[in-house]
Ligand binder design. Structure first.
Ligand SMILES: *Cc1c(COP(=O)(O)O)cnc(C)c1O
Length: 398
């Protein structure tokens, strides 16, 4: 075929990407062509240990055979039907999510932002019907991240994401994580429909919420019939050593949003709705063309099925290994996080440590001023040990 798009001289993939893909992503200088589990291979033949999982998405690694078979089998049956018809993967996945959480209903979308949009709609309609339409305020935390749509940007409690995109959706108030008095004060002053929190702030630097704060907030919101909503887009699906991070805190939310690792690498988001609001969404209230797509749901069913007690205890064991091994290392200031969602404060700038790790064959992420690790939930011990040694080496002062 005539290589028209490339012009006369063939452009490299990197050049093509820079010319034609919107410049929203500052990519690392690596072109990934394939992988196996927690190892990825670049176009130049180099192999890397993957400590990022596509930002907590490839739950069981790259091209995992069980996951790939579930996807291929469903793709060969029916890949899409629209939501005008029933399909088995969608119904079964919703059932499994409810059985495993105690939630009552699931709305499927395609991303984390959409899962949060749904949560916000649920809270607003619930409050409008119970207390009146003026009860529309959604409270979120400072330093939070909830997505890039104009409404989830408004929910996101970090100003730098907002600049030049105003006006954002009105009706959001941000409070400081850990300050229960401020939360109560805002709930008394404003007409609040719901409160949305991440149990571990991911993009905010891998910062877990205080346990007493989460319990206190859940209790207060329940007493005041304000929906307690947890954004489990990053923390969910086994990432923190429990199926959902709220389970580490002994609370029961009214709404749970999730996405990222849910389908192990295909786009799927879900908004899980608890008993209080289970019948809030009716015919025509919400929708999504691709939401609940059978291939994505079949993938998610295969993932959820493997997030069992054994896997979760493995996640906790590997987490402890990382905390123990990396914490206290030379040039390491602190380690934060939960399960296999880990933030490392290094004496050197995080981006410098990440670049050094990449040179030494380990792909890590950053979150704010930290090195962030989100390896596959089933990363083999040998690779985890290798990666930890490389990170320690990279964090050392030169
Ligand atoms: C990634 C993320 C989102 C946004 O998810 P998208 O799929 O990119 O829309 C929302 N909330 C949290 C906590 C996230 O980590």
């Amino acid at each position: 075929m005539n290589n028209l798009t490339n012009g006369d001289c063939k452009m490299s993939i990197r050049e093509l990407d820079r010319q034609y893909v919107a410049g929203t992503y500052k990519r690392f200088p690596v072109e990934i062509v394939e992988g196996k589990g927690s190892l990825v291979k670049a176009a130049d033949g180099r192999e890397y240990i993957d400590m990022g999982s596509g930002i907590a998405v490839t739950s069981f690694g790259i091209a995992d055979p069980v996951w790939a078979k579930a996807v291929a089998d469903q793709a060969a049956k029916v890949q899409h039907t629209s939501n005008l018809y029933y399909t088995e993967p969608c119904a079964k996945l919703a059932e499994q999510l409810c059985l495993r959480t105690g939630m009552k209903k699931v709305f499927f979308g395609n991303s984390g932002a959409e899962a949060n949009e749904c949560a916000i709609k649920v809270a607003r309609k619930y409050a409008a019907e119970k207390k009146g339409p003026e009860f529309s305020t959604i409270v979120t935390l400072r330093n939070s991240f909830h997505g890039r749509t104009l409404t989830t940007l408004a929910a996101t409690g970090q100003d730098h994401y907002h600049e030049l995109f105003g006006p954002l959706t009105p009706g959001f108030v941000h409070v400081t994580a850990g300050d229960l008095d401020e939360l109560k004060e805002v709930c008394e002053r404003e007409k609040v429909a719901g409160v949305l929190v991440e149990c571990v702030q991911g993009e905010g630097g891998v910062v877990p919420l205080d346990g007493d704060y989460v319990k206190g907030a859940a209790e207060y919101l329940n007493e005041n019939d304000i929906l307690f909503m947890v954004d489990e887009v990053q923390t969910g699906n086994g990432r923190t050593g429990q199926l959902y991070a709220y389970m580490n805190f002994g609370v029961m939310p009214d709404v749970v949003s999730t996405a990222k690792g849910l389908a192990g690498g295909l786009p799927l988001g879900a908004c899980l709705i608890g008993e209080k609001a289970e019948n809030v969404l009716g015919f025509g209230d919400h929708g999504s063309t691709f939401g609940g797509n059978p291939v994505c749901c079949a993938a998610a069913l295969s993932i959820l099925d493997r997030i069992d007690d054994n896997l979760l205890s493995e996640v906790r064991r590997k987490s402890k290994y990382l905390f123990d091994t990396i914490g206290g290392g030379e040039g390491i200031e602190s380690v934060s996080g939960m399960g296999l969602m880990i933030g490392i404060k290094t004496a050197k700038p995080a981006s410098e440590v990440v670049a050094k790790c990449m040179e030494r064959g380990v792909l890590c992420l950053t979150a704010k001023d930290r090195v962030r690790l989100l390896p596959a939930l089933n990363i083999p011990d040998a690779l985890l040990e290798k990666a930890a040694a490389v990170i320690l080496e990279a964090a050392k002062e030169d």
